[in-house]
Each structure stands twice: as structure tokens, then as C-alpha cells.
Design a protein around this ligand. Structure first.
Ligand code: SAH
Ligand code: SF4
Length: 381
């Protein structure tokens, strides 16, 4: 399911993501946010600078609580070298907070003018960032605002890293503890942009920098089988969440067009291989839609899929989007009860930021103007 090509003169890497960074002697140089620690060392060496400077640079990039590199005590030549290569590729265009103050959504503008959203949420005093991995999404799930807008492009590793930095610094600037958890559940399908996602996660989990624990990272996928198998093979240390929404091929295909490419039966087989190889529990997401997939019979059919799998189901009552005319289920408890009877643990996802369009599946990169009055709007950062 490759997205349609687009006419654009931006230089791209092998995955089709644009190359952003400094333009040095007419040549585009990747942003420093695109590089893991070893890549920074290589970049330094290639510029004839001692790679011993990598530690100071890395600290300036990731331990620095302000976005200004000038606040860093770096030798001027090194600062200049760094500035040429890490002009921020995302800028905050807007920020909006939910009425209960538990979710804060950022509209971020990318270098090519596209916009993506990311969200910070508080759960029991701990902060989680929900990140976008693509501008738009090619998968077209009918109930998802991102799917309804279609595919724009893949984000670069640096653009994903910068979202984490943006959320982290926003918290620290407000005197709050930094980010603890990451969920790749914003705009886009992470496993459709596999390389950039894994590069970004290697950077933000690096102990010398942001040091987000890998066990605090969850990758949510619509079920891109090759990506799931690759995660297992490469022993990626992150949680895997697989979005199901339908418990048989026809029901799932009606909600998730990607089921035609990666059918449910093959997906469950891939989950079994993943679990056999990694020993990890798998999370399954189920958007609960009134009168569509919330009956007791459907819950039983779902439970049967998990025979022999260590599964945990996250039930997400449908969040409203403009392009899908259905309502959230009120049967979450009863659905959960059936799963429990069949020995399948589940959680009903705590809702965050629905009033400001920051809930699951509501991110669309559009200006954050909704029918309700804004509770707060902050200037461009
Ligand atoms: N593309 C990935 C991750 C982003 S979507 C995926 O599909 O898993 C994150 C989660 O939000 C998915 O489980 C998705 O099915 C769910 N979701 C999408 N639209 C929703 C909506 N309108 N209401 C509730 N959940 C939704
Ligand atoms: Fe894409 Fe996930 Fe939305 Fe489906 S639910 S359209 S895969 S972002």
C-alpha cells in the first residue's frame, strides 16, 4: 500500500522522507537530530573535528532544557558547526489545552509547510507524549481523522525526535517533570515509516541524552506484518500494540482497509511469531463503536482469536471525527466482562483531550479550532 507519488523538488532519502538540515557549500546536510550518537561522531570526523566533542554536542542537543543552542558552553567553532546542521525542522504553530488540563496538543509546522500534531497527556502525575510519524496516513481507517485526510509524507527521524524534545521542553519550562512515556499513536502508521521511527527511538532512548526507557515506549500499528516481523527479528525493545477493531476478515476490512493487504488471519500468525521470538506480551487496540463492534458476540469472537497468545486489550471508546458518522459505545464494561470471562485482560482507555481534538484518531494537523471555545491558546514558541 504505497502512497501516491507527489510532484515536489525536495531532496529525499531512500525512504522518501525529505532531507532537511543545513545547506553547506550548496549541499544539503542532514539535520543533527537525524543522527544517533555514533552518527554525530562520524559527522564530526568527516568535518575534521575531533569526535571527542560528540559528548558535549549530544548534551547540548538533548540535555539542554531550552531550545537555544547559544545557552550552551560550547567553543564558538563547534557551536557554528552545530548551528549549520540543526536548524529546527519543526516550529510550534499553536498549542491548546483540554479543559481539565490533562492534555496539551501542539500543532507543529514542518519545513515544507506541512503540519502535524502531537500531544502530551498526564496520567497520575506522569507525562506521556503521543507522537506523529507521518503527515497524514495511507491506511485509510474509516473512523480516524488522520486516515480521512490521506497520506502526505513520512516524517524524518529528526522530525520525530524534535517532537519529543518539544514536548519535553514544554513540560520542563512549566516546572513539570520531563517526559516519561512515549506512545506512537499520533498521526500516521509507524511501521510504514519503519527506518525513521527506529532511528528516532534509538536517539530518544539513548542514555546520554533524553534517556526515555525503551520499556516506556509503545509502537502502535494497524498491522503492517513485515514491520512486526522485523521488530521481532531485530529484537526491538519496545511494546507493540496492534489495532484490530474487527474480529473477522469482513468486519475488520470494513473499518480498516489495510486488512485487504494484511488479512487478520495472517496478522494474528505474525503476532504469534513475534511473541514466540520475543516472549513479549502484545497489546491489541479495539476502538469501540456503538452497534458496530461492541456486542457480547463480537467480544467472544475476539477472545477466540487470542488462543495461545499473551494479549492485553485496550478498549478505546470511539472519539468523534468529521468524516465518520457513528457514536462511541456505551457497552465497554460488558465487552470487558466477556473478555475477562475468557481470561483476556483489558483496560478501558482513559480519555484525554477529546474537547480539543487531541484524542486517539482525532489528530489531523488542521488548525486547532473546534466548535467549542478554546480553553487556552498559546503564542507561537
Ligand atoms: N496508525 C497506528 C497508530 C496511530 S492511531 C494505528 O492505527 O495503530 C492510534 C490508535 O487510535 C489506533 O488504535 C487507532 O485505531 C485508534 N483510533 C483511530 N481513530 C480513532 C477514533 N476516532 N476513536 C478512537 N480511537 C481511534
Ligand atoms: Fe492510519 Fe492508524 Fe489512523 Fe488507521 S488508525 S488511518 S493506521 S493513523
Amino acid at each position: 500500500m504505497e502512497p501516491e507519488g507527489e510532484a515536489c523538488d525536495i531532496q529525499r532519502n531512500d525512504c522518501g522522507a525529505p532531507l532537511f538540515g543545513g545547506r553547506i557549500a550548496g549541499k544539503i546536510v542532514r539535520s543533527l537530530y537525524d543522527h544517533p550518537y555514533s552518527g554525530i561522531e562520524e559527522e564530526l570526523s568527516a568535518s575534521g573535528i575531533s569526535k571527542g566533542n560528540a559528548r558535549a554536542l549530544w548534551k547540548a542537543l538533548y540535555r539542554n532544557e531550552s531550545s537555544s543552542l547559544h545557552s550552551q558552553e560550547l567553543p564558538p567553532a563547534l557551536l557554528r558547526w552545530m548551528e549549520e546542521r540543526c536548524a529546527a525542522s519543526i516550529v510550534r504553530a499553536a498549542c491548546i489545552e483540554s479543559a481539565d488540563g490533562l492534555a496539551r496538543k501542539f500543532l507543529l509546522r514542518l519545513r515544507d509547510g506541512r503540519e502535524v500534531e502531537c500531544v502530551t497527556m498526564t496520567f497520575a502525575g506522569r507525562f506521556t507524549a503521543c507522537l506523529s510519524t507521518q503527515a497524514g496516513c495511507a491506511m485509510g481507517c474509516v473512523f480516524c481523522a488522520t486516515g480521512q485526510m490521506g497520506f502526505g509524507r513520512h516524517l524524518t527521524a529528526g522530525e520525530i525526535v524534535e517532537q519529543v524534545l518539544h514536548c519535553h521542553r514544554d513540560l520542563r519550562e512549566r516546572g513539570l517533570p520531563g517526559l516519561r512515556n512515549l506512545v506512537l499513536m499520533g498521526m500516521g502508521e509507524p511501521l510504514h515509516n519503519y527506518d525513521a521511527v527506529m532511528e528516532a527511538l534509538a536517539i530518544v532512548t539513548d542514555r546520554r541524552g533524553l534517556n526515555i526507557g525503551p520499556s516506556h515506549v509503545t509502537i502502535s500499528t494497524v498491522g503492517v506484518i513485515p514491520g512486526i516481523l522485523r521488530m521481532a527479528e531485530e529484537r526491538r525493545p519496545y511494546h507493540l500494540a496492534v489495532s484490530l477493531h474487527g474480529a473477522n476478515e469482513a468486519d475488520r476490512a470494513a473499518l480498516v482497509p489495510a486488512n485487504r493487504r494484511w488479512p487478520l488471519a495472517a496478522l494474528i500468525d505474525a503476532c504469534r511469531s513475534y511473541q514466540a521470538q520475543t516472549g513479549r506480551k502484545i497489546f491489541f487496540e479495539w476502538t469501540l463503536i456503538h452497534d458496530v463492534n461492541d456486542s457480547d458476540a463480537v467480544a467472544s469472537e475476539l477472545a477466540a482469536l487470542f488462543t495461545g497468545l499473551r494479549a492485553h486489550v485496550n478498549l478505546i471508546p470511539l472519539n468523534p471525527t468529521h468524516g465518520y458518522d457513528a457514536t462511541a459505545s456505551s457497552a465497554a464494561r460488558s465487552f470487558q466482562g466477556i473478555l475477562r470471562e475468557r481470561g483476556i485482560p483489558s483496560t478501558i482507555r482513559q480519555r484525554r483531550g477529546i474537547d480539543v481534538g487531541a484524542g486517539c484518531g482525532q489528530l489531523a494537523g488542521e488548525p486547532t479550532i473546534r466548535s467549542r471555545p478554546l480553553t487556552s491558546l498559546f503564542p507561537t514558541g
